[in-house]
Design a protein. Structure first.
Length: 98
C-alpha cells in the first residue's frame, strides 16, 4: 500500500538497473544534480565546451533545492514549502510580547 506520509527516504524508489544515476541534468549547462541531495554530481558547467568552464569559474558551484515526495497510485506528489509555511513555522515558537 502506498505511504500517506511525505518522505525523502528510499521507500518510493525502485531499482531499475538501467545504468543511469538518480540525477537531473540542467539542459543549458549539462550539470548533473543528485535527486537525493541536490549536490552537483560530476563536473560543474561542462557545457558548452570551453565557454561552460569559463562560466563555471564565474558562478560558484551550488546545489539545487530538494523536496519531499510520495507516490499515490499513479501520481507523484511533491511537498513544496511555501513562504506562508516558513513564516508560520518560524513564528510558532515565539510568544506574543503584548
Amino acid at each position: 500500500a502506498p505511504s500517506n506520509s511525505m518522505s525523502t527516504e528510499d521507500d518510493t524508489k525502485t531499482s531499475l538497473n538501467d545504468g543511469y544515476e538518480d540525477v537531473i541534468v540542467c539542459p543549458l549547462h549539462q550539470t548533473a544534480f543528485s535527486l537525493d541531495t541536490g549536490e552537483v554530481n560530476g563536473d560543474w558547467c561542462p557545457y558548452p565546451p570551453v565557454l561552460g568552464k569559463v562560466m563555471g569559474t564565474v558562478k560558484q558551484e551550488n546545489k539545487v533545492p530538494t523536496f519531499q515526495m510520495r507516490t499515490r497510485g499513479k501520481n507523484i506528489e511533491i511537498k513544496i514549502t511555501s513562504a506562508i509555511d516558513f513564516v508560520e513555522s518560524s513564528s510558532a515558537g515565539k510568544k506574543d510580547k503584548n
